[in-house]
Design a protein around this ligand. Structure first.
Ligand code: ATP
Length: 417
C-alpha cells in the first residue's frame, strides 16, 4: 500500500517529512516499511513553501497482505497525524493525502510514469490530479484547496534515478530556536565524504540547515546510506538530535530538465538547450546578467541572477559565436532560462585590430572611407585591410554550475556526473 502526503507545513511551522518520520515509527511497529520518499516536483510552482517536495511511504506486503482492518487502521493513523501536524491557519497550506493499493500501483504504472513527468515539467491542477487518482483507483483526502494531493500522488508515482537525504529532527523544546551548527565540522565532513555526500557547504559556510522554524535540524544529501550516517556523526551542533530519517529522493538528479528546441519552449518548465550565443552578455538592473542564444529554431534569453554570485563572472566572459548548452528552468515574464548549469562546448575565436604600425607608431581610424593613418610615419591602410590578431579567451570550454547555495534541490551537481 502506498501513502502520499504534501503541503502540510508553512514557513512558520512543521514539515511534511516530520509527519513521514512519525508515520514510519508508528506504522513500522506493525508493518514492513520501504524506505520513505521525499520527491521534489516542478520548482516553478508559485505557491510552494520551500522546495516543492512531497512525501510518500510504502507498506511492503510480500509476506502478509493487508486486511480491510489494517487498511482502515493505516488510513486513520495517517489522517490523524496529518491533522495534528498541518498548519491549517496558513493560507498557503492546503494539505493532501493519497492512498493507493499495491495492485493498482502495479496495474497503472504507465499512467503513473506519465503523471510523474507531468508533475516535474508542468503546472497542473487539483482537478487533474483527482482525475488521475480516479483513473488508477486511488483515494484522496484533500483539505482546504487540496493542492497537496498533486504532490502526494507525484511522490507515489516517482521512479528513479534516486539519491538520499538524511534528515535530523530537533527535540520539540528546540523548535523555532536558532540552530547552532558548527560550520567547520560540516566542512570537514564534506571533505571526508565527497562525492558520496553533496551540497553541504558553500565555501566555508555550511548549508545543511534550513532557515525556517521547522523541526528539521539539518539534512545531508548523498548517494550512499551508510556514508550519510557516518557524515551525521561528524557534524557537531549545539543540541541533541531527537531522531533522524533517511529519505530516498530525486534531489540532485536533473529529472526536472529535458532537451528541447527553442521553438517548443514554454514557461515554467525545465530545459536543456544547445545553441550559439548571439550577443555578448549584458549586465542589467539587480545584478542580473543576460545573453541570448539561437538554436536554428528560435532565440531565447538566458539569465544568471544575483544569488549565483561569481558564476555571473563566467557568464560575462561569453562572447557572440560561442556554442553552449544551457540547463535551467524557464521563467515566464519576460521569457528566459534561469541558468542552473552551463556547458561551454566551443569558444569562438575573437579578434582585435592590430593598431601598431611597423614604424612603432599607432594607426588611427579616420572612418570607414579613409581607413587608418599612422600618427608617426603617415602610412595609410584601408579600413578592412587592417591586420587582426587573435585575442586569448579567459575562459575554458567545460561544464559549469551555480554555487551550492544558489542550487535547486533537483539540480544534479557536477560532482555526480
Ligand atoms: P512542504 O514541505 O509542505 O511540502 P513545499 O515547499 O514542498 O513544502 P508545498 O507547501 O508543498 O511546498 O507547496 C507546493 C504545492 O504545489 C503542493 O500543494 C503540491 O501538491 C503542489 N504541486 C506540486 N507539483 C505541482 C505541479 N507540478 N503543479 C501544480 N502544483 C504542484
Amino acid at each position: 500500500m502506498f501513502i502520499g502526503l504534501d503541503d502540510t507545513d508553512s514557513r512558520d511551522r512543521y514539515c511534511t517529512t516530520y509527519i513521514g518520520m512519525l508515520l514510519m515509527d508508528e506504522l513500522g511497529e506493525k508493518y514492513k516499511m520501504d524506505t520513505p520518499k521525499l520527491i521534489r516536483m516542478n520548482p516553478m510552482v508559485k505557491y510552494k513553501t520551500r522546495g516543492n517536495g512531497g512525501v510518500s511511504l510504502r507498506i511492503i506486503e510480500d509476506e502478509k497482505k493487508l486486511t480491510e482492518k489494517d487498511i482502515n487502521y493505516i488510513k486513520e493513523t495517517v489522517i490523524n497525524l496529518v491533522e495534528e501536524y498541518s498548519d491549517f491557519e496558513c493560507e498557503n497550506t492546503n494539505p493532501g493525502i493519497v492512498f493507493l493499493s499495491e495492485e493498482n500501483y502495479t496495474k497503472n504504472r504507465k499512467i503513473l510514469d506519465d503523471y510523474y513527468k507531468k508533475v516535474l515539467y508542468d503546472i497542473i491542477t487539483v482537478d487533474y490530479a483527482k482525475e488521475i487518482i480516479g483513473k488508477i483507483g486511488g483515494e484522496y483526502k484533500a483539505y482546504k484547496k487540496g493542492h497537496g494531493i498533486i504532490g502526494a500522488l507525484g511522490s507515489i508515482a516517482s521512479v528513479g534515478p534516486y539519491t538520499y537525504e538524511l534528515l535530523t529532527y530537533r527535540k520539540r523544546e528546540n523548535w523555532g530556536k536558532k540552530r547552532a551548527i558548527d560550520s567547520k565540522s560540516v566542512v570537514e565532513m564534506d571533505e571526508k565524504t565527497i562525492p558520496f555526500t553533496f551540497n553541504n557547504v558553500d565555501g566555508e559556510k555550511q548549508i545543511i540547515a534550513p532557515r525556517t522554524k521547522c523541526p528539521v535540524l539539518y539534512g545531508i544529501r548523498g548517494i550512499k546510506k551508510d556514508v550519510l550516517i557516518d557524515a551525521m556523526n561528524m557534524v557537531k551542533c549545539g543540541e541533541e538530535i531527537d531522531r533522524y530519517m533517511i529519505y530516498k529522493t530525486n534531489q540532485g538528479t536533473d529529472v526536472h530538465l529535458r532537451y528541447m528546441k527553442i521553438k517548443d519552449i514554454y514557461p515554467n518548465t525545465g530545459v536543456i538547450v544547445y545553441g550559439i550565443v548571439v550577443n555578448n552578455p549584458k549586465d542589467i538592473a539587480g545584478g542580473i546578467v543576460v545573453f541570448e542564444i539561437d538554436d536554428g529554431t528560435g532565440k531565447i534569453n538566458c539569465v544568471a541572477y544575483e544569488p549565483t554570485k561569481d558564476f555571473r563572472n563566467l557568464i560575462r566572459k561569453l562572447k557572440k559565436g560561442d556554442i553552449v548548452g544551457v540547463y535551467g528552468t524557464v521563467r515566464e515574464e519576460p521569457l528566459g532560462i534561469n541558468i542552473e548549469k552551463l556547458k561551454i562546448l566551443k569558444l569562438s575565436k575573437q579578434y582585435m585590430k592590430d593598431k601598431k604600425c611597423s614604424c612603432g607608431g599607432t594607426l588611427k581610424s579616420k572612418g570607414v572611407k579613409s581607413g587608418y593613418v599612422c600618427n608617426k610615419c603617415g602610412k595609410k591602410i584601408k579600413y578592412d585591410e587592417i591586420k587582426l590578431i587573435e585575442v586569448k579567451r579567459d575562459i575554458k570550454e567545460g561544464f559549469y554550475e551555480v554555487p551550492p547555495s544558489a542550487r535547486r534541490h533537483l539540480s544534479k551537481p557536477l560532482i555526480l556526473f
